[in-house]
Design a protein around this ligand. Structure first.
Ligand code: BGP
Length: 466
C-alpha cells in the first residue's frame, strides 16, 4: 500500500500547450521562434516570427483559452496534482524588465485557482525550454552572467505571488540535456544558447551549467526566505546506461556514463562540484568564471527533492577515445520513435538515485509517444496503457520492496500537446486526444482515450488495481 498522499497527476509545459503566444502581453520565447524538427533534424531558434503553421508552439493546443474545460477533465481522472510550467515571457516579456506583466501573473492565478477548486495541487517548473527570446538575442541566453539576476527576479516574483497556491517547484527542466548530444532538442536551444563553431563547446557547456546552478541555488534561498514550506527540486532526464557487457571496462564505462548524467544533481543536491568534474577540468584545461562566493551559494541553495523524467534506457560500451559510447539495448523493444521500452529500468534508476542521494524522488515525466487514431470519437491506446502499467508496476516495486521514497508520478503528458523534439502534435502522449483542427475552429476538440479510464482507476485505487 503506498502513501495516501501520493501525488498522482499528469505533466505538460507552457510552450507546448498554452498557445496564445502573443496574448496578454506575453513576449516571444525561444520556442516560439523554433523551426520544426525530426530524428535527423534538430530544431533551431530563428530570428523571425513566422505565421502559425510554421510555428506550432504559437498555437499549442490553446490551453490559454480552454484551461477550464481541460482542468475539469484532469479532475475527472482524479488528478491529485498537475505539473505545468510558467512561461517566463508571460511574466517578463523581454526578461530584463524591472516590473512583471500583471496580465501574465493573473493568468496563472486563474489556472492555479481552477486546479485548487478540484483539490489538484499545481507543481510548477520555472524554466521548461521557455527563455524569453530577447534574452537569447541580446545576451546570448545563459552565456551571460547577468541572466542569473533576471531569472532570480522572475523566480522571486513567482514565489511571492503563488507561494500559498504552489508548494512543489522545479527550477530547470531536464537541466542535464546540456551535456547530452543525442537529443535533437537539447537544452542548448531550450536555454536560448546558440552553438558557435569556433568555441570550446565543452567549456561553454560547463559555464552555462554553472550559471544555471547558481541561478537555481539563489532561487532556492529566496524561496525559503519567502516561505519555508516551499519544496524546490532540480529536474533531470534520467535512465540507466547499463554496461554493454560484463567486461570490467564496460562496467567502468557505465559508471562514468552515469556520473556524467548525474553530474547536475550531484551539484544541485550536494552543493559542491564532484571530484570527477574537477579532475576533468584540470585535465582538459577548462577555465571557468566561478567565484568563491558562487561556491558558497551552491552550498546554501541545495534542492529538496529530485524530479526526473524517465522514458528509456541505453547501454554504455567502453571506448578508448571517448571513454564510452552510448548504444541501444538489444534486449528491449522500441516505440515508433525508436525509444527503448524498459520498465525495469525505472526501478533500477529509482534505486540508483535514492542510493546516491537519500532525497525524495518525484517522477515528473514518463510516457509513450505514439501515432494515435481517433475513431468514432475514441482512441484505443492499449499500447500506452501497457507502457504506463508496466512502469507503474516497477515504480511500486521500488517503493514497496526497495524502500525508495517516491512522492509522486506525473505521466507525460496529461493531454496531447506539441512534441518538444518535432514541433508537431503527431507524437501523442496524452490521456486526452486533441483534434487541433477542431480547436482552431473554436470547438473543444478533446476526446477521452482508453487510457483515460485506466488511469482514473489507478488513481482511485491508489495503484491497488494493478
Ligand atoms: C522531455 C521534455 C518534454 C517532452 C518530453 C517528450 O524531454 O521535458 O518537454 O516533450 O521529453 O519528448 P518529445 O515531445 O520530444 O517526444
Amino acid at each position: 500500500m503506498i502513501n495516501k498522499d501520493f501525488l498522482w497527476g499528469g505533466a505538460v509545459a507552457a510552450n507546448q500547450y498554452e498557445g496564445a503566444w502573443d496574448a496578454g502581453g506575453k513576449g516571444i520565447s525561444v520556442t516560439d521562434v523554433m523551426t520544426k524538427g525530426d530524428v535527423n533534424t534538430p530544431r533551431k531558434i530563428t530570428a523571425g516570427v513566422l505565421p502559425n503553421e510554421e510555428y506550432p508552439n504559437h498555437f499549442g493546443i490553446d490551453f490559454y483559452h480552454h484551461y477550464k474545460e481541460e482542468i475539469k477533465l484532469f479532475a475527472e481522472m482524479g488528478f491529485k496534482c498537475f505539473r505545468l510550467s510558467i512561461a517566463w515571457s508571460r511574466i517578463f516579456p523581454h526578461g530584463d524588465e524591472e516590473k512583471p506583466n500583471e496580465e501574465g501573473l493573473a493568468f496563472y492565478d486563474n489556472v492555479f485557482d481552477e486546479c485548487l477548486k478540484y483539490g489538484i495541487q499545481p507543481v510548477v517548473t520555472l524554466s521548461h525550454f521557455e527563455m524569453p527570446y530577447y534574452l537569447a538575442d541580446h545576451y546570448g541566453g545563459w552565456r551571460d552572467r547577468r541572466v542569473i539576476d533576471f531569472f532570480l527576479r522572475y523566480a522571486k516574483v513567482c514565489f511571492e505571488r503563488y507561494h500559498e497556491k504552489v508548494k512543489y517547484w522545479m527550477t530547470f527542466n531536464e537541466i542535464n540535456n546540456l551535456i547530452d548530444t543525442d537529443n535533437p532538442f537539447n537544452a542548448w536551444t531550450g536555454a536560448g544558447v546558440l552553438y558557435k563553431e569556433d568555441e570550446n563547446q565543452e567549456q561553454t557547456m560547463y559555464q552555462i551549467s554553472h550559471y544555471q546552478f547558481l541561478a537555481s541555488s539563489l532561487a532556492v534561498q529566496e524561496a525559503k526566505k519567502i516561505d519555508s514550506k516551499l519544496q524546490i527540486g532540480c529536474m533531470l532526464h534520467l535512465g540507466p546506461l547499463y554496461p554493454a557487457s560484463c567486461k570490467p571496462l564496460d562496467q567502468i564505462a557505465s559508471l562514468k556514463a552515469m556520473d556524467r548524467r548525474f553530474f547536475f544533481s550531484d551539484v544541485q543536491i550536494r552543493g559542491t562540484y564532484p571530484s570527477y568534474t574537477k579532475k576533468l577540468w584540470e585535465r582538459k584545461n577548462i577555465k571557468l568564471d566561478i567565484s568563491p562566493e558562487d561556491l558558497a551559494n551552491l552550498k546554501n541553495g541545495t534542492v529538496d527533492f529530485l524530479g526526473f523524467s524517465y522514458y528509456k534506457s541505453t547501454i554504455a560500451e567502453y571506448n578508448v577515445q571517448a571513454n564510452f559510447l552510448e548504444k541501444s539495448n538489444p534486449y528491449v523493444s522500441k516505440s515508433d520513435w525508436g525509444w527503448a521500452i524498459d520498465p525495469v529500468g525505472l526501478r533500477y534508476i529509482l534505486n540508483v538515485a535514492y542510493e546516491r542521494y537519500q532525497k525524495p524522488l518525484f517522477i515528473v515525466e514518463n510516457g509513450f509517444g505514439a501515432y494515435d487514431k481517433l475513431e468514432n470519437g475514441f482512441v484505443n491506446d492499449d499500447y500506452r496503457i501497457n507502457y504506463l502499467q508496466s512502469h507503474v508496476v516497477q515504480m511500486l516495486k521500488a517503493i514497496e520492496l526497495d524502500g525508495v521514497d517516491v512522492i509522486g508520478y506525473t505521466p507525460w503528458a496529461a493531454i496531447d500537446i506539441i512534441s518538444a523534439s518535432t514541433g508537431e502534435i503527431e507524437k501523442r502522449y496524452g490521456f486526452i486526444y486533441v483534434n487541433l483542427d477542431e480547436v482552431k475552429q473554436g470547438a473543444a476538440g478533446v476526446y477521452r482515450k482508453q487510457s483515460f479510464e485506466w488511469y482514473k482507476n489507478i488513481i482511485e485505487t491508489n495503484g491497488e488495481c494493478l
